[in-house]
Every structure is written in C-alpha cells, then in structure tokens.
Design a binder for this molecule. Sequence first.
Ligand code: AP5
Ligand code: MG
Length: 193
Amino acid sequence: MFNLILFGPPGSGKGTQSERLISKYGLKHLSTGDLLRSEIAGQTPLGMAAKSFMDKGQLVPDEVVIEMISSALDNNPQANGFLFDGFPRTNAQAEALDKLLTQKGTEIAVVLALEVSENELVKRLLNRGLTSGRSDDIDENVIRARYSEYQKKTSAVADYYKNYNKVIHIKGEGDVDGIFESLCKEIDARLAA
Ligand code: AP5
Ligand code: MG
C-alpha cells in the first residue's frame, strides 16, 4: 500500500494535482473538503454543522473530520493506497491518522507540500469564486481567514512529518504539467525504493 499526503495552503493546487495523481497511480482520493461539501449538499446534520465553520473560513472540529476519514478508510478495504488531500490539518489529526494507518498495518510514505505565495493563492481563489459556487471563495476576507487558519494550525503539521523525514517541498507556482512532473518524480523515487 502506498499512502501520500498532498499538503499545502488553500488554493495551492491540491485538488487539481490530486485528480491527475489518482488516475496515474490508482490511488483512492480522500479530500475532507470534498467529503464535507457532499455532506452539505445532502443537508445532513454533519454537513449543516460543518457549513457554519466553512463559511467563516475556519477549520471544522477535529473529531468530525477524523471520524469521516476513519469511515472512509474502513469503506475502502481494497484500495492500493490513499491520497489524502486537505487532511490532516492539525497535529491532532496527524496523530489520529498515524494510529488509524498503523491499525491497518500501513503508514504515510511521503508528504508532498506545495508552496505558493499568499498573493497568488488569493488571486486563484477569487478567480475560482467567479464560477465555482463555493461560498468560501467569494469573499476575500474569508479567503484570508482560511489562509490564517492554515498558518496558525496547519503549517505545523509539516513539522510533525519532518520529524520522520517525510516532507518534500515542491514549488506550486507555474504550469500545472510541470508541477505534476515534479510530484511524479518524488513518488516514482519512493515506489522504486
Ligand atoms: P478544502 O476543500 O480542503 O479547501 P482548501 O484547502 O481551502 O483549498 P482548495 O480546495 O480551495 O484549494 P486546493 O489546494 O485544492 O487547490 P485547487 O486545485 O482547487 O477545505 C475547505 C474547508 O473545509 C476548510 O476551510 C475547512 O473549513 C473545512 N475542512 C476541510 N478539511 C478539513 C480538515 N482536515 N480539518 C478541518 N476542517 C477541514 O486550485 C485552486 C484554484 O487554482 C483552481 O481554480 C485551480 O484551477 C487553480 N490552479 C491550480 N493549480 C494552478 C497553477 N499551477 N497555476 C494557476 N492556477 C492553478
Ligand atoms: Mg481542494
């Protein structure tokens, strides 16, 4: 099993690159943002509770996303590996993920961290907000709040994995194909090891 985390701030290209990576490597894509948006679309109690946080650009409580990921792992026993996108976002989530993967006899192979400047992120997300229908993309203040949550709570997750020598930084600006190639190079090196 090969499990990887695609890490990076809001708008860094996690979703864009995940689509390509799962199709090339046959991994199961687990995006907590996508899972939460589908709960909202289904108007479930979990979705309604999460929406109030998401609309403000704040993180949803750890217990909620950890439970979602735990179920998703249980529901995909045949997967060759998982690509985690937007999870873990706090150290508590990273510790919980380690425990869940250990129980399944597996672990994270690598954390690929996309690096993009704040100005470029805001530009991308405001631009996407024109068409995406995502309520958290429309208001620049909410976009900045997402970035601030990332800096306060999420960037430390890279340090958590750095202790295990698992983090590779990848330049996330420039053309999508070039970034994809950089990501593949790192994955291929680890698959061959
Ligand atoms: P989530 O859905 O994870 O959103 P996000 O991390 O804020 O980031 P995005 O999905 O907006 O960006 P992305 O990095 O996927 O980039 P994308 O490829 O789309 O989370 C949403 C909310 O849910 C959170 O705020 C929180 O409330 C909650 N949540 C989710 N997970 C949680 C967790 N684990 N714990 C607690 N709460 C959680 O690209 C962005 C745009 O840029 C697109 O328009 C794309 O076309 C464009 N683009 C991509 N690559 C390039 C490039 N190279 N050059 C130019 N443009 C590009
Ligand atoms: Mg995304």
